[in-house]
Design a protein around this ligand. Structure first.
Ligand code: IPM
Ligand code: MN
Length: 409
């Protein structure tokens, strides 16, 4: 593997075939009969508005869903799940320390019966950081084995980009973030807490199995994207310092790459990747990376695609139940003001439709997803800014504009 611009991959490579059993039974492929049954029945979507502005932006997404379902001709039903920081506090949850469940096992079991989950936002100003994030978002990602966090970084037309001289043709790539491992598992601990001798560890739990399935997903995506500029998958890590876990990623990357000779491969250290996002974002096609690096680089990605109001993501289990969300937070200071940008949530809805359609072979949903994305592209030029309160209309207006574009489209 020769890196772009003559850079050699800095990590020594060992590779060999490793065969693992599927980790979860939810990965059993769907049969043809099951797919056909899905095409003709109502699509069931679980809705978790969540905290802060989450419910407001999800409401706009659901308006768009109604319009596109009518346009394309499919039936759906939604069910609201009241899972939020407010509910946690109302039930007597300790704001400082996780004391009761944020979401119950019974609710998770019910969520697993849906075709997809549509999530607004997680994070409450009166609940200490970590409680809701771990108790809801991470719990769901892990419980549903949503091992991919799919985050397109795409600059839509007329959306202001902070990068000088860069436009929509330069900022258009996808980050595949591993979503169930790394330092997100919570392994580790603290000793001598509160004393000058305090010692804490947070383990980067990386498995070959986890790296490999994320990498394989990314290669498949790269092949499907079929970028006219050339198909290229970039592994992002920090294998010069994280030599153990980094090597697992590099080895898995090289092993899987052999199955995809049509795709060029590259490697960037995560710090260098941040630099390239700003300097030459047009280099990228698909990126695959571990959980924390994916988290960090996609916030930078969100900025170069126009801001948190625009960036959408999907927590994907390709053979199970996936969950789609705007990647920004709950924006407490804008809550209830009808000023927050719903474009990211509407983008998450577009992803929900196309991903669910693709993973279940439902062409109508794929078409619906494409139509919603086109409607977003028709709407952003009407918006002078993508920032809250400066969009040229309210949250509800923007939702209405996208609905209009779906109806016209
Ligand atoms: C995200 C968020 C979450 C993460 C937090 C809320 C746990 O930042 O989805 O990017 O780190 O994954
Ligand atoms: Mn994040």
């Amino acid at each position: 593997m020769t890196g772009r611009m003559g850079r050699k991959p800095p990590c020594p490579i060992r590779s060999g075939p490793i065969h693992y059993p599927a980790r979860f039974s939810s990965e059993m492929p769907m049969g043809l009969a099951e797919r056909q049954a899905l095409m003709s029945r109502k699509i069931r979507i679980a809705v978790i508005g969540g905290d802060g502005t989450g419910p407001e932006v999800v409401r706009e997404g659901l308006k768009v869903l109604q319009a596109v379902a009518k346009k394309v001709g499919f039936e759906y039903e939604t069910k609201d799940f009241n899972v939020s920081g407010d509910r946690y506090l109302a039930r007597g949850g300790d704001p400082k320390e996780a004391s009761i469940e944020i979401i119950s096992q019974a609710e998770i079991d019910e969520l697993k019966t849906f075709d997809a989950i549509y999530l607004g936002a997680v994070g409450h100003p009166d609940v200490a950081p970590g409680i809701l994030e771990k108790g809801l978002l991470l719990r769901l990602r892990f419980a549903m084995d949503q091992y991919i966090n799919l985050r397109p970084v795409k600059l839509y037309p007329n959306v202001p980009c902070p990068l000088k001289d860069k436009g929509p043709k330069d900022v258009d790539f996808v980050v595949v973030r591993e979503n169930t491992e790394g330092i997100y598992t919570g392994m580790g601990g603290v000793q001598y807490k509160g004393t000058p001798q305090e010692v804490s560890t947070q383990v980067n739990c990386t498995t070959r199995f986890g790296a490999e399935r994320a990498i394989r997903y990314a290669f498949e995506l790269c092949r499907k994207r079929n970028n006219p500029k050339g198909k290229m998958l970039t592994l992002v890590h920090k294998c010069n310092v994280l030599t153990y876990v980094g090597q697992t990623w590099v080895n898995a990357f090289h092993q899987v790459a052999k199955e995809y000779p049509d795709i060029k491969t590259d490697y960037n250290h995560v710090d260098a990747c941040c630099m390239w996002f700003v300097k030459n974002p047009e280099f990228y096609d698909v990126i695959v990376t571990d959980n924390i690096f994916g988290d960090i680089i996609t916030d930078l990605g969100a900025m170069i695609q126009g801001g948190m109001g625009v960036a959408a993501g999907g927590n994907i289990n390709p053979k199970g139940v996936s969950m789609f969300e705007p990647i920004g937070g709950s924006a407490p200071k804008y809550t209830g003001k009808n000023v927050i940008n719903p474009i990211a949530a509407i983008g998450a809805l577009a992803m929900l439709l196309s991903e669910t359609g693709n993973n279940t072979g439902n062409a109508k949903l794929v078409e619906a997803g494409e139509r919603v994305e086109k409607a977003i592209i028709a709407t952003t030029p009407r918006m002078p800014s993508q920032s809250a309160g400066k969009m040229g209309g309210t949250t509800m207006d923007i939702g209405d504009w996208v609905v209009e574009a779906v109806q016209k489209g």
